[in-house]
Ligand binder design. Structure first.
Ligand SMILES: [Zn+2]
Length: 119
């Protein structure tokens, strides 16, 4: 059970950018080549609750950093793993609802665009 008294654990990985599951932050070790970016990402992950709440969705929208993320993905292609909204970490399956919701919104927008273009 996740509780606020449990200290945060940081695990260094060699793919994705960063994500949080419960009280564990998974962060790409290559991020530390860019200390400012790493600091920003760590601060963001610390603010997450490790669950899916309105607050988590809010901070993802607020801190959405497409430009820095893209630059990082270009330099470290394995970071692209981040955009796949589900996976397995330490034997536990997880999914990223924020990404899934963003994809659904994107698909609806594209569908609307195609539909409107046909009129
Ligand atoms: Zn986030």
């Amino acid at each position: 059970m996740i509780s606020h008294d449990t200290p945060l654990k940081v695990i260094y990985i060699d793919h994705s950018i960063a994500y949080r599951i419960g009280n564990t932050i998974y962060i790409n070790k290559d991020l530390f080549k860019y200390p400012k970016f790493a600091k920003k990402v760590l601060k963001h992950e610390t603010e997450h609750t490790g669950k899916f709440t309105k607050h988590d969705f809010y901070i993802d929208v607020r801190d959405g950093n497409l430009w820095d993320n893209l630059k990082f993905i270009v330099r470290h292609p394995k970071a692209l793993r981040q955009v796949i909204p589900f996976g397995k970490a330490e034997g536990v399956w997880y999914y990223d609802l924020t990404y899934i919701i963003q994809y659904i919104i994107l698909i609806i927008l594209i569908t609307l665009l195609i539909f409107c273009a046909r009129l």
